[in-house]
Ligand binder design. Structure first.
Ligand SMILES: [Zn+2]
Length: 240
């Protein structure tokens, strides 16, 4: 009886050792597999699609980038004796229509300008400055930050519009407080327009703060520019 028990015990011991061996043998690879899977993996960063910088709505015109000589504008009447390029016409009309639906009164006070008109505006500005005591040289450099030098105005593209409130048409910083500007600043990006010369960006845009000058850049660019609080120059620089 005692021997029988010993035999059973020995068999049990052998089985147990096999079991232990098998157990450890199968567990080890599982462990490593589990370790591999449990390594925290970073969520992939959303990659912004690179915009087509050659798209017509992304043309950059500023004091350092004159409008190309062969640039053509497809003019279409936008009211108040102003025209814009047909590329932004529908978006502009939708924006103004929705603004009016809110009971507001936006007015297109300036759209496309040819070289002759810009020259006239620029010379008028210099004359006014000279009449208030500026030298011709000082008047020219100051005028350039308020009225773009002919050939460097965004109004040559037909994609820029000066929009004011019918109830306050002054082109000065007080325009910012009008109901129309408050609405446009909040909503224009939804139509592909940006406030082109924002406050605090004059060093980059070359133009003073103009809470009335809007520029069509398309929906994607307008959304990104609005969201990031940047200007067009900064937006384009991200992809150069
Ligand atoms: Zn303007």
């Amino acid at each position: 009886m005692k021997r029988k028990l010993l035999q059973i015990g020995a068999v049990a011991l052998i089985l147990l050792s096999f079991t232990v061996f098998d157990f450890s043998d199968t567990v080890e690879p599982d462990d490593s597999a589990e370790n591999t899977l449990s390594v925290p993996t970073a969520a992939p960063e959303p990659v912004a699609a690179t915009p087509n910088l050659d798209a017509p709505e992304l043309i950059l015109v500023n004091r350092w980038n004159a409008i190309p000589d062969d640039y053509t504008v497809h003019e279409i009447a936008a009211g108040n004796n102003q025209t814009v390029d047909k590329l932004c016409y529908d978006a502009l009309m939708n924006m103004l229509g929705d603004c009016q639906a809110e009971g507001l009164e936006p007015l297109v006070c300036s759209g496309y300008r040819d070289l002759a008109l810009q020259t006239q505006l620029y010379e008028n500005k210099i004359a006014r400055l000279v009449s208030t005591g500026f030298s011709r040289g000082d008047a020219e450099s100051r005028a350039g930050t308020e009225v773009a030098y002919p050939g460097t105005s965004e109004h040559h593209t037909g994609l820029a519009v000066d929009l004011v409130d019918m109830n306050y048409q002054g082109l000065d910083e007080a325009q910012e407080q009008t109901a129309v500007q408050q609405w446009l600043m909040k909503n224009s990006w939804k139509y592909g327009f940006i406030l082109r010369y924002p406050n605090g960006k004059s060093d980059i845009t070359g133009i003073i703060y103009e809470p009335w000058h809007y520029r069509y850049v398309g929906l994607d660019a307008a959304g990104a520019i609005y969201e990031q609080g940047i200007c067009l120059e900064e937006y384009l620089a991200q992809y150069k």
